[in-house]
Write a protein that binds this ligand. Structure first.
Ligand SMILES: [Zn+2]
Length: 76
């Protein structure tokens, strides 16, 4: 058995530092700090974050699991 540390799952209490939406991306900084971003801002700052983050935990893929695959859009 491996004693690997499972990263803490983000919850609804975790909020984007930029807009206050639910966070899906957690960025761990080398200095020990932590930044939280929603899927939108996580993507928007992706390149800059990759450059300086110690680790990036991206759970934005869980977004698609809870949203309907297709919204009805045939307007009448
Ligand atoms: Zn945001």
């Amino acid at each position: 058995m491996n004693a690997t540390l499972a990263p803490a799952t983000m919850t609804a209490a975790d909020r984007c530092d930029r807009c206050g939406a639910r966070a899906y991306v957690r960025v761990l900084l080398p200095g020990g700090g932590e930044l939280l971003f929603c899927a939108h801002h996580g993507r928007a700052h992706q390149d800059a974050l990759r450059a300086k983050a110690a680790e990036i935990q991206d759970e934005s893929h869980t977004l698609t699991e809870s949203t309907p695959a297709s919204a009805p859009d045939d307007e009448r």
